[in-house]
Design a protein around this ligand. Sequence first.
Ligand code: PEP
Length: 251
Amino acid sequence: MSRLKIAAGNWKMNKTFEDAMQLSRAIANASRDESVLTILGVPSIYLKMIVDQVLYVEGLEVAAQNCHSQPSGAYTGEISAPMLASIGVKYVILGHSERRADFAESNSELAEKVDIALENDLIPIFCCGESLQIRKSGKHLEYVTDQLKDSLFHLTEQQFSKLILAYEPIWAIGTGETATPEQAQEMHAHLRNAISLQYSQEIAAQVPILYGGSVKPSNAVEIFSQQDVDGGLVGGASLKSDDFTRIINSF
Ligand code: PEP
């Protein structure tokens, strides 16, 4: 079964307004494979402007980097899923390791965020991944499977089929150290198997699983060529239009 190829950028807390608009414009105008779904994970303050800017650009979408678990209320500084949907955002990154670590986001809180995102027709890009310590203990496969179990496996098959997953080993994020293509493939195949056991082979074969962790133009081809790797969630290298375009064109 052929799955969607996806290149998602996570700009994190980078770029001033003019630089952000310039970067999204450069990616929109770049010579890029339009069959690859390209998603820009931009800071929330620029979401509406960039959604409008890329509205009619083939194969280019915009993601928020987070949303709150509640639809509205007294949560100063937060952004809700209905707010994102109301400005035309279609994707939301959930469970990034930086949010898990810096904002203590738990698997159960993430389950609520996934629910509210889906209720508002947002597609979650759900991040999972282990620390170096867990990898060294040899328990990484179970650990990441548990993240899926705790945050996602309550979903119906129909809901689950909407998701995008991103396996991001924490030890490879922003460190320059990349998982080997074999390490990525091993985890992706393991997760697909867990999904197959929980849901069905059909769903497991259909859900896109991205790899994230120091993806660069120099390693994207090799990583993306793995059977169960459907693309990348890219941090640092998504901040330069040339690098990101080369990654998009790496399938
Ligand atoms: C990320 O932030 O999700 C990420 C993978 O970052 P980097 O590509 O910089 O390692």
